[in-house]
Design a protein around this ligand. Structure first.
Ligand code: ZN
Length: 155
């Protein structure tokens, strides 16, 4: 367990120092805003879809380290994927973070995002880690905003 904890810390620190795909796309086809009032996480996500493929994705906003690292890694993971693949990853990440998906013994598409599997033991952090994924889901459904406290995450 010590190794995975250390890897988790390193990944979070790295993505906070150098968040990937940081910013706002000039001409997004899809966008959404995500809010987690319990922590104060507030992020903006812009996407450019072309023929059901995510060609570009950027995020910015104010958030804690876990939320920012999750968003940063999410953008690198879903970029170049099609909508169906991205939505599958949203479901897988949510199931992993809530403890429903055992990433060690089940096939999945999360890659290095499995460093977040430990948040299932930290209930207050689960929403921070999931927020970017809810926001992505909302953007793909052309919903302009999502809040972890509105129940809208079940869309
Ligand atoms: Zn947070």
């Amino acid at each position: 367990m010590a190794d995975s904890r250390q890897l988790y810390q390193e990944v979070i620190l790295d993505h906070n120092k150098k968040p990937r795909n940081w910013g706002t796309l000039v001409q997004p086809t899809h966008r959404s805003e995500g809010l987690n009032p319990l922590c104060g996480d507030h992020i903006f996500l812009t996407l450019q879809l072309n023929d059901q493929k995510i060609e570009a994705i950027q995020f910015e906003g104010e958030s804690c380290a876990i939320c920012k690292a999750s968003a940063s890694m999410m953008t690198t993971r879903v970029k170049g994927q099609n909508v169906e693949q991205a939505q599958q990853m949203v479901a897988e990440f949510r199931d992993m973070a809530t403890g429903k998906l055992d990433v060690d013994h089940t096939e999945h598409h999360l890659g290095r995002l499995t460093v977040f599997s430990g948040v299932r033991d930290l209930p207050t952090r689960v929403k921070c880690a999931i927020l970017p994924w809810h926001t992505l889901q909302a953007a793909l459904h052309s919903k302009s905003s999502v809040s972890t406290e509105s129940g809208a995450e079940n869309v």
